[in-house]
Design a protein around this ligand. Structure first.
Ligand code: ATP
Ligand code: MG
Length: 554
């Protein structure tokens, strides 16, 4: 479904009305990540929404790093965020940093002080909390609220000059200690923090609080539509209050429901814990909900964009089935993935009547793509098939290989099992077959019809590989609301590594980003852990949704 076919979401309705009334000549949105972690699929939703709206209405989008908390932020995160936004397919009009506005924000706070709308409070954070009251009882102002603008100005300048230790003073906006909205009960707008900032270094020891910095950064950039998630609804009056008092550009805040997805966590704080406690292998572990994890796992950017479009823009919190994301991934990969044959659990088959050394057969790269072309697949006397594609005593409807039974080898010949070889313990070590020379795929004159088709790899030409199969990282649907610590619900079997895998040689010449469908096995992509002697592949997603069935079985 293209965005033209969808009905308008509520933000689009607002924008179209604003443009019709000429409230704005064009729209400006922003994506404002705090550089304190890697982006996740929830951020992708926000990126696709903000950049998508600007694209649709001919406006522009800023990438703004909301870097007002010096303690948790890092340049590594800035780079990863830029990389992820670009990979998703978007380019920002401007790259801005809230920290670039520290001077302006400081001046704005002084302006509020001069207007008698802000004061320096020496109370401890406990005292401030106690004086705030409760949602049902009004708060109390303390004696510091009566300080004169001149005294407040001097104190704030001294705070900035580093004369006071952390936590000894804050600047508060003077709004309403009886407001039913607790956030309006003289909220803190500046605090002292003697900490090194990733961009401004040691230049500042006072830092603006989120609500003050965020809204005013929007105004400085003349953001017309500032889109955030629902938890910011109660912050909107404060956002508006600052703009009204300071008479800055009237940016407007709109809220939508954040994306929550089944079987995963999506808060940077929790993702950081998984990384730090080594429950996953870094931020880009393919099991993570991070954009970098999904990229490494082989999710195409187009599938993530499609997913974000399909879920729409909700006004109420909900939990989206991760199966929908996987559905979008499969749909996309089915069109682009090159078909290859890879044997995960090999069993040797010897074709006793094959007397050439080898021959080059061909097979379609992608039957879904008329321009996909062909690849060469070498065939020889010894091949690998999957162990579970052979049964010594087959059940009735087993159409794969069994003594006396025939199967087709994909893009090659029909073979018939004649005998088998076992070791001392009785394990089958080799299957001996004959092939029908007239049955070659594409030139089959044998007249024989078989029900089973197997994938296979020529033993002499096989590449040794490792595959990594992933399952859900968590065992419960709604991880955020499950009992106990979220880490109690980690799936101990979320990663299976198969290291004795044989792949057809074409894989060695494909590009590292190429998506594959390993026949009958799922969609795969090469992992950067690959070495010249061992290719490593991640399973992006299975061919069909086996998860839905598992859930039903219980
Ligand atoms: P987290 O709780 O994961 O740390 P955050 O909201 O603190 O997320 P920010 O870096 O502050 O992360 O977010 C940047 C932008 O992305 C914000 O506009 C935020 O609303 C949006 N965003 C974050 N998580 C989601 C989500 N799950 N769904 C939609 N938008 C999100
Ligand atoms: Mg945040």
């Amino acid at each position: 479904m293209s965005s033209e076919e969808r009905s308008l979401n509520f933000i689009e309705e607002i924008i179209e009305a604003d443009l019709a009334e000429e409230k704005h000549k064009s729209i400006t949105t922003r994506f404002p990540p705090e550089p304190n972690g890697y982006l996740h699929i929830g951020h992708a939703k926000s990126i696709v929404l903000n950049f998508g709206l600007a694209q649709k209405y001919g406006g522009s989008t800023n990438l703004r790093f909301d870097d007002t908390n010096p303690v948790t932020e890092d340049t590594e995160y800035v780079e990863s965020i830029k990389n992820d936004v670009r990979w998703l397919g978007f380019e920002w009009a401007n790259e801005f940093y809230a920290s670039d506005y520290f001077d302006q924000l400081y001046q704005m706070a002084l302006q509020l002080i001069d207007l008698g709308l802000a004061y320096v409070d020496d109370s401890t954070s406990e005292e401030i909390a106690a004086q705030k009251g409760t949602p049902t009882t009004p708060g109390q102002r303390n004696q510091f609220a009566d300080r004169s603008p001149a005294e407040n100005r001097q104190l704030f300048e001294d705070m900035k000059a580093g004369k006071y230790p952390d936590g000894s003073k804050v600047v508060r906006a003077k709004i309403d200690m009886a407001s039913p909205n607790m956030l309006l009960r003289d909220p803190i707008i500046y605090r002292i923090k003697h900490a090194h900032h990733h961009r401004t270094g040691d230049q500042w020891c006072v830092y603006p609080m989120y609500d003050f910095a965020h809204g005013q950064s929007d105004s400085i950039e003349k953001i017309t539509h500032s889109i955030c998630t629902l938890e910011f609804v109660p912050h909107r009056p404060l956002y508006n209050w600052c703009i009204e008092q300071l008479k800055t550009f009237p940016s407007q805040q709109y809220e939508f429901a954040r994306l929550n997805m089944t079987y995963t966590v999506m808060s940077k704080r929790k993702l950081l814990q998984l990384v730090n406690e080594q429950m996953v292998n870094g931020w880009d572990d393919p099991r993570m909900s991070t954009i970098s994890g999904m990229r490494r796992r082989g999710y195409p950017a187009a599938a993530i964009r499609e997913f974000c479009d399909r879920i729409g823009v909700a006004k109420r919190d909900n939990l989206i089935d991760v199966g929908l994301l996987e559905f979008c991934v499969r749909e996309q990969l089915n069109k682009t993935a090159l078909r290859r044959m890879v044997v995960f659990d090999p069993l040797k088959v010897i074709i006793t009547n094959y007397d050439q050394t080898s021959e080059d057969l061909t097979s379609e790269n992608n039957p879904e793509d008329p321009n996909g072309g062909l690849r060469t697949v070498p065939f020889s006397k010894e091949i690998w098939i999957e162990k579970d594609d052979f049964m010594e005593q087959p059940s009735k409807k087993y159409f794969r290989l069994a003594p006396g039974q025939m199967v087709r080898l994909k893009s090659a010949y029909i073979i018939k099992c004649e005998s088998l070889v076992k070791d001392a313990e009785g394990n089958i070590t080799e299957v001996h077959c004959t092939y029908i020379p007239e049955s070659r795929s594409g030139a089959d004159t044998s007249g024989i019809h078989v029900k089973g088709t197997l994938h296979w790899v020529s033993a002499a030409h096989a590449i040794h590989a490792e595959v990594r199969l992933y399952d859900r990282l968590f065992q419960v649907e709604d991880v955020a609301n499950a009992e106990g610590d979220f880490k109690d619900h980690i799936n101990p079997a979320s990663l299976t590594v198969l290291s004795n895998v044989y792949a057809e040689p074409a894989l060695a010449n494909d590009s590292p980003e190429q998506a594959f469908q390993f026949l009958r096995k799922g969609y795969f992509v090469q992992d950067p852990d690959s070495t010249p002697t061992k290719m490593v592949f991640n399973r992006t997603v299975t061919l069909k949704d086996t998860w839905a069935k598992e859930v039903k079985k219980g």
